[in-house]
Design a protein around this ligand. Structure first.
Ligand SMILES: Cc1cc2nc3c(=O)[nH]c(=O)nc-3n(C[C@H](O)[C@H](O)[C@H](O)COP(=O)(O)OP(=O)(O)OC[C@H]3O[C@@H](n4cnc5c(N)ncnc54)[C@H](O)[C@@H]3O)c2cc1C
Length: 391
């Protein structure tokens, strides 16, 4: 087989889906329940995904990657989320972090941080701070200079995989920042002393461990600054992968809930027209949402093919709309499913777990209220500066 048809085969949605479904059915699905009940970080899932190359999905072959695209990323995240939303969110934030290093970092950083992903190492993105909540691009914290590098004394209010990530792609303001948009990104070794992890005890996505992290006197060598001081503004404005991933994760969660409740209904309630009607309502919503995921992934792939420079504002807004809609559909379908499944569905089990998991989508940044406010202002032609100093 020629190289070209090899690439085509690897990129074909059917091939990607078949490959990831195998890992989901053999490992991720069987682990999902105890990960939730015990609030356990899904380390085994991540190691297996890493060794099979999925954690390096966007990376080139020279870095052990699969050199795949957004369409594949959407499929993989969606399939994982159907079984375990906790793992899908970890996967999304990891992929987003690795893409930032690949796109804005240098060869030395690729070798030290991206190559080991094949051995099961994972990363995450840490931006959110207590003072700005869901407006996660705004940071009050600031790095300072120390010797030839930087010193970090700051708290991040939430970071997926906190305490478990091997590296944090961490955003803060540059030492000489005068404006909120004077940002930089550092790669911070997650396993060093001086990083205190908060407790993660949440309603849903309990395996995802998204607690706070407190960094005290963390020294970062200059070689772990991504790009230059100030590059952070470009990074946060263009790092779209994880918003698309979050939307795909909630699309998968909605699908996972639907599949579960179809099986439950077949045990008795499907004989009622009202139940079949509810199942049809859910199915139509999922079909529409999945089509939207595919359409957005095609647009993102097209954007990459055209050079992947700054992300058009219109496409960025679409990504936010997708995140809002997908998380709301997941909650709507969870609600419908609870009705269809009756008393047995209400008991502790897969459906009850996914029902709790779905709630996280509403509050994750950009939270749906904040996102709708941004979208609505754009519709109304009201200029909403990303940064206060743009006003
Ligand atoms: C499971 C999970 C995983 C996460 N993972 C990460 C991660 O990996 N990295 C990371 O950096 N962060 C992460 N976060 C943080 C997340 O991105 C948000 O920053 C955080 O959820 C915001 O929570 P808050 O309580 O500070 O919200 P707040 O912003 O204080 O929101 C409280 C309420 O106010 C509303 N609100 C806020 N601003 C506005 C506005 N301008 N207009 C209208 N309504 C508004 C919100 O919608 C919400 O209803 C995670 C959060 C969760 C729950």
């Amino acid at each position: 087989m020629s190289n070209i048809s090899n690439v085509k085969q690897l990129r074909s949605p059917e091939y990607v889906r078949k490959k990831i479904q195998k890992i989901v059915s053999e490992v991720i699905r069987p682990n999902a329940d105890h990960i939730d009940r015990e609030g356990q970080f899904p380390a085994e899932n991540l190691t297996i995904l890493g060794k099979a190359g999925w954690n390096s999905l966007f990376l080139p072959k020279s870095l052990g990657g699969l050199a795949l695209d957004y369409q594949s990323f959407g499929i993989v995240t969606n399939e994982i989320a159907q079984a375990c939303p906790s793992t899908a969110l970890i996967y999304t934030m990891h992929t987003g972090a690795s893409l930032i290093i690949y796109k804005y970092g240098n060869e030395d950083q690729w070798q030290r941080w991206l190559l080991p992903i094949l051995d099961g190492k994972i990363g995450t993105i840490a931006t959110s701070e207590r003072s700005s909540g869901g407006s996660y691009w705004i940071n009050q914290s600031k790095a300072t200079y120390k010797d030839d590098g930087y010193l970090l004394n700051l708290e991040k209010s939430f970071a997926t995989s906190s305490g478990y990530a091997d590296f944090y792609v961490l955003q803060t303001r540059s030492p000489q920042a005068r404006k909120l948009s004077d940002l930089c990104y550092f790669i911070v070794d997650g396993k060093q002393e001086g990083i205190e992890t908060g407790k993660w005890d949440a309603l849903g996505v309990r395996g995802n461990h998204s607690s706070s992290i407190q960094l005290t006197d963390i020294y970062v060598e200059k070689r772990d600054l991504i790009g230059e001081e100030g590059t952070g503004k470009t990074i946060i404005e263009n790092s779209n992968a994880y918003i698309f991933g979050i939307g795909s994760a909630w699309t998968g969660t909605a699908t996972g809930i639907f599949n579960e409740v179809v099986e439950i209904s077949k045990r008795s309630s499907i004989k009622y027209p009202v139940i079949r009607n509810q199942l049809a309502i859910a199915k139509i919503k999922i079909t529409g949402l999945t089509a939207w995921q595919n359409d957005i992934s095609r647009r993102l792939d097209q954007w990459v093919e055209n050079g992947g420079a700054s992300l058009p504002v219109e496409l960025r807004t679409v990504l936010i709309e997708f995140k809002v809609y997908a998380s709301e559909i997941a909650n709507e379908i969870a609600q419908i499913a609870m009705d269809i499944a009756g008393g047995f569905g209400y008991q502790v089990g897969t459906l009850e777990r996914l029902y709790r998991d779905a709630r996280a989508g509403i509050v994750m940044g950009p939270s749906n209220n904040l996102a709708r406010d941004l979208i609505g202002k754009e519709i109304a032609g009201i200029h909403t500066p990303f940064w206060p100093e743009d006003e």
